[in-house]
Write a protein that binds this ligand. Structure first.
Ligand SMILES: [Zn+2]
Length: 443
């Protein structure tokens, strides 16, 4: 990187929470060519063409990374959400059918998230399994539109994509998975669009009695794997083959798994793949509602992450308990233990299942953990939305924290989150969002 004489953008006169490894705090930050070039002393970098933002005591945070957010679907349904205060949106009311509609949905999601300080997200599941889907929001066409927008420089957030070779929240077959794995992905600038790997639906969710569990639902059923097979054993064998195949291909694997039993099989299959072929990808469990203590304890050594949605825990805990009982709920979404054991915990929204406002879900995480408000807790939760998802993206060397040389993805909050209780964070406004040094939102 050339040593710039002047900065393009300077933010000064406030607090910069860098979230680097030492939790360094600063008072100013300078950006040139889309990257952070200085922290603290920036006056000498201000030239006639430098855009100077006076923070007036406000706080700069690394840009938020919502590591599980269905962008095209959010853009289609917004302001509706599936579990919103206004009731359930009709998921299939509008179908994305044309490239122009797909682009409009992605752009609309871009507006919504830019206003929240979100600068990266993972679009968890786009591919042929949904090409004839009810919503059109998860199709190959959506991935192609993302690629076109990335190539035209139109994305306002960095997007990581997991491909989907079965149906969203539905069945998949080994044959489709094998065919999908050998199909090509669009070529793009990986700083803006990365097709990192695959999404697999191991099971459904407890309230629908479709999570695969050792427990029993009221009707005596226990759920089953969504991966197709003639019986449970073949379903399991096919899931294991999918994981082995994707692992050998070097793909990241994100598995939707909510039931204790599907989580056990998924982690066991990932462990086998790692033992046989060495580590690859940054695999992770998605949701992980009923992850058991023993499985949780294995995740750090295996390098398997947990991507979970505290907002969904708070909003649907009662439904889980209605389906599987109070005892199941008591052990569900063990966020506190996951943090304590050093699991790579990413917090996310799963928007538009719920709204993408991370401030609410940071508050929900603290509520779910029953944790006392403290700066340490807030840092831990903020890391779950910044530094740790950058690790999930395999991108911690260039994004996720505010350090010299890293990309200038950041947001400005009207108050310092370390000085407010998590429950009050939703009232702290987002004033400015910057991606790659470019202002994408200003209140
Ligand atoms: Zn989802």
């Amino acid at each position: 990187m050339a040593d710039p004489k002047t900065a393009d953008l300077v933010l000064t006169g406030g607090t910069v929470l860098t979230l680097d490894a030492a939790d360094t705090e600063s008072t100013a930050l300078a950006v040139a060519d889309g990257r952070v070039v200085a922290l603290g002393e920036v006056a000498h970098l201000i030239g006639p063409n430098t855009h100077v933002v006076d923070l007036y005591g406000r706080t700069v945070l690394p840009g938020i990374n919502d590591s599980h957010l269905h962008g095209a679907w959010l853009g289609t349904l917004w302001p509706g959400t599936l579990l919103g205060a206004g009731g359930m949106a009709d998921a299939g009311a509008q179908r994305l059918s044309t490239p122009a509609e797909r682009r409009a949905a992605i752009q609309r999601a871009g507006d919504v998230i830019a206003a929240l300080g979100i600068t990266s997200y993972t679009e968890p599941g786009l591919g042929p399994g949904e090409d004839n889907g009810q919503t059109g929001c998860f199709s190959t066409g959506v991935l192609e539109e993302y690629a076109a927008m990335a190539n035209e420089g139109l994305l306002r957030a960095r997007v990581t994509v997991l491909r989907l070779f079965g149906e969203l929240d539905g069945p998949s077959t080994l044959a489709d998975f094998e065919a999908g794995m050998s199909s090509a992905t669009p070529a793009t600038d990986p700083r803006w669009l990365t097709v990192a790997g695959v999404k697999i639906f191991a099971d459904g969710i407890p309230p629908m009695r479709s999570a695969w569990t050792h427990r029993c639902y009221a009707d005596g059923s226990q759920g089953h794997l969504l991966v197709e097979g003639t019986d449970l054993a073949e379903r399991e064998a096919n899931l294991r083959r999918m994981i082995d195949l994707a692992h050998r291909a070097g793909a990241q694997i994100g598995v939707h798994a909510t039931g204790d039993r599907s989580i056990e099989v998924t982690v066991s299959a990932m462990a086998d793949a790692i033992a046989a072929h060495g580590p690859a990808g940054r695999h992770y469990l998605i949701h992980g509602d009923l992850v058991g203590t023993e499985v949780l304890a294995r995740l750090p050594e295996l390098g398997i992450g947990l991507n979970t949605q505290p907002g969904i825990a708070v909003m649907t805990g009662d439904w889980l308990s209605a389906a599987l009982g109070e005892e199941a709920l008591a052990g569900a979404w063990p966020l506190r233990q996951a943090f304590e054991q050093g699991v790579r915990v990413c917090l996310s929204s799963d928007a538009p299942v719920i709204e993408p406002d991370w401030r609410r879900w940071v508050a929900a995480a603290a509520e779910w953990m029953g944790a006392k408000a403290s700066p340490e807790l807030m840092r831990q939760l903020l890391r779950g939305y910044t530094v740790t998802p950058a690790e999930q993206d395999g991108a911690e060397s260039w994004k996720g924290s505010l350090e010299v040389g890293k990309v200038a993805d950041l947001c400005v909050l009207e108050a310092n989150p370390l000085e407010v209780a998590p429950a009050d964070l939703p009232h702290v406004g987002v004033n400015l969002t910057v991606v790659g040094g470019r202002i994408v939102y200003e209140s």
